[in-house]
Design a protein around this ligand. Structure first.
Ligand SMILES: NC(=O)c1ccc[n+]([C@@H]2O[C@H](COP(=O)([O-])OP(=O)(O)OC[C@H]3O[C@@H](n4cnc5c(N)ncnc54)[C@H](OP(=O)(O)O)[C@@H]3O)[C@@H](O)[C@H]2O)c1
Length: 223
């Protein structure tokens, strides 16, 4: 079961929809059970008959094996502190990009711990935190008539959990998982979201990142 903490927003619903279509059982969490159920209904409108339900964040955390954190950065600390016990021993995927809008432009928020993902790991010392999906736009995730044309850079200090999330990412059509190294690298990935938002504003586009040369390098190191 995949659970989405704060899954009622566009990013949580977009990822939930894509993973439901890939055959996963989904529970969308919220601070209110009604909003969780409403969001599940919205996902079901696009994926009728798939196993998607809505609930509270606490219930989603308890029932799921893999949890996606899709709350805004401003709500992350309090949300994770409250869920710490329910998330013990679980794989936690942090999707949070800490940023704010100043005079119409996206600006990265400086996180004392280094990144939202590192803060998440410090708040959840007994969970396996993986940073991923921060660069995929909700709009593209929700538009299932098209594949998502972007790479997902995956960072973690837990090798097995990182490999799991890299394979999960590739279940979304058009997405490639790229090993981004340890969790300390998550700050660079999070900041790329800020850059992408500003590029999107300039071009009135929905740009995503593709990292080139990785396949060739992989072949050389393996050969
Ligand atoms: N939107 C995108 O395209 C995109 C792309 C890449 C990464 N992200 C990242 O993904 C995360 C979710 O993005 P989003 O656009 O879906 O966010 P959002 O709509 O602003 O928030 C998602 C949900 O989080 C809950 N929430 C809001 N404020 C909260 C608080 N102070 N404490 C606890 N829960 C709170 C709300 O759910 P309830 O009221 O139901 O509890 C809300 O529906 C963000 O961290 C963002 O940086 C977003």
């Amino acid at each position: 079961m995949l659970g989405f903490i704060g899954g009622t927003g566009p990013e949580g619903r977009g990822l939930a929809l894509r993973f439901a279509l890939a055959g996963e059982e989904i529970v969308i969490g919220s601070r209110s059970v009604e909003r969780g159920e409403e969001a599940a209904q919205k996902v079901l409108e696009r994926a009728p008959g798939y196993p998607v339900s809505g609930s509270t964040n606490e219930d989603a955390a308890q029932r799921s094996d893999v949890l996606f954190i899709t709350v805004p950065y401003t709500g992350q600390r309090d949300t994770l502190t409250a869920l710490r016990d329910s998330l013990k021993g679980k794989l936690v995927v942090n999707v949070v990009a800490p940023l704010e809008f100043v005079d119409g432009s996206a600006v990265a928020v400086v996180v004392e711990e280094g990144s939202a993902a590192q803060q998440c790991q410090l708040l959840l010392p007994e969970s396996q935190v993986v940073a991923a999906f921060q660069n995929l736009s909700a709009r593209d995730l929700l538009r299932t008539s098209q594949s998502v044309d972007g790479d997902v850079v995956v960072c973690s200090d837990h090798a097995e959990a990182k490999a799991t999330v890299m394979s999960m990412a590739e279940r979304i059509p058009g997405v490639r998982g790229v090993d981004g190294g340890g969790l300390a690298n998550a700050r660079y990935v999070e900041d790329m979201t800020t850059l992408l938002l500003n590029i999107n504003q300039i071009y009135k586009a929905h740009a995503m990142f593709r990292i080139t040369g990785v396949e060739a390098l992989k072949a050389v190191s393996e050969g």
